[in-house]
Design a protein around this ligand. Structure first.
Ligand code: NAP
Length: 250
């Protein structure tokens, strides 16, 4: 950990070492929020990100944990609380994808995907919830996917995990609303990150032609939506799924 205690709000962003999570970390740090950058294997990326966001908010840190592991998550959350303070904002962003036929997927690949994409968000939520309920305030943002809304061939388990996150968001919002905690979901379309590194330039051009706003998204597009949902401008919004897909899903 490379941070000090702060009086600013504290956000924990899972999978912030790369891609969308990285974009969210930069955006929230720019707003003066202390950021706990969770990573699993990309230590150098997490370190570089921390250096970058320290110019916006020095009270931030990097924290390794496999979000599918409840014990690692619990230890990470205790460390963040002792370093930076209680967690006000949780962004369940970390996720993995795998392309292939459902019938070819092994049970361990299936369990890993559900374990990271769905159980991981539950592990994190459970670990931060007691303090949020005690404080009667908090924001939880789950990063789902358009495939969780409409389903994708050759990404069946991924789609199921992301649909699960939507159900989790809606039910949790009902349960936690009376405790002053809002729970919302963002459903990204195609976003320019390593997760789509299998796409060729021609694939991206063809996809862009089919998207009403004529381009694929950026991590910053998602980060701006997170910033809105955790702001007072969204204080009467909970249990919702915000599609950020350039109109790909309407
Ligand atoms: P990415 O570039 O592949 O980055 C994934 C991030 O998740 C990395 O920081 C990785 O950390 C972290 N991660 C993976 N497994 C983890 C685990 N078990 N514990 C902790 N961290 C873990 O992916 P992305 O495109 O930014 O996607 C972010 C989220 O948006 C995912 O939930 C994804 O499903 C969703 N999404 C993405 C798109 C898209 O088009 N890109 C579209 C819809 C939804 P390390 O590198 O440190 O291991």
């Amino acid at each position: 950990m490379l941070g000090v205690k702060s009086v600013s709000k504290v956000a924990l962003i899972t999978g912030a070492s790369r891609g969308i999570g990285r974009g969210i970390a930069i955006e929230l740090a720019k707003s003066g929020i202390s950021v706990a950058i969770n990573y699993l294997s990309s230590y150098e990326n997490a370190r570089e990100l921390l250096c970058e966001i320290k110019s916006f908010n020095p009270n931030s840190g990097i924290y390794k944990a496999d979000i599918s592991n409840e014990l690692e998550v619990s230890e990470m959350v205790h460390k963040i609380e002792s370093d930076l303070g209680e967690i006000d904002i949780l962004v369940n962003n970390a996720g993995i994808s795998q392309i292939g036929l459902f019938q070819d997927m092994t049970s361990s690949e299936r369990d890993r995907m559900i374990g990271v994409n769905l159980i991981g968000a539950m592990n994190l939520t459970k670990a931060v919830l007691a303090k949020m309920i005690h404080n009667k305030s908090g924001d939880i943002i789950n990063i789902s996917s358009m495939w969780g809304e409409i389903g994708a061939s050759c990404e069946v388990v991924y789609s199921a995990s992301k649909a699960g996150l939507i159900g989790f968001t809606k039910a949790l919002a009902k349960e936690l609303g009376p405790s002053g905690i809002r729970v919302n979901c963002i459903s990204p379309g195609v976003i320019d990150t390593d997760m789509n590194s299998n796409l060729s330039a021609d694939d991206i051009k063809a996809l862009s032609d089919d998207i009403p706003l004529k381009r694929i998204g950026t991590p910053d597009d998602i980060a701006k939506a997170v910033k809105f949902l955790i702001s007072d401008s969204a204080k009467y919004i909970t249990g919702q799924v915000l599609s950020v897909s350039g109109g790909m899903v309407i």
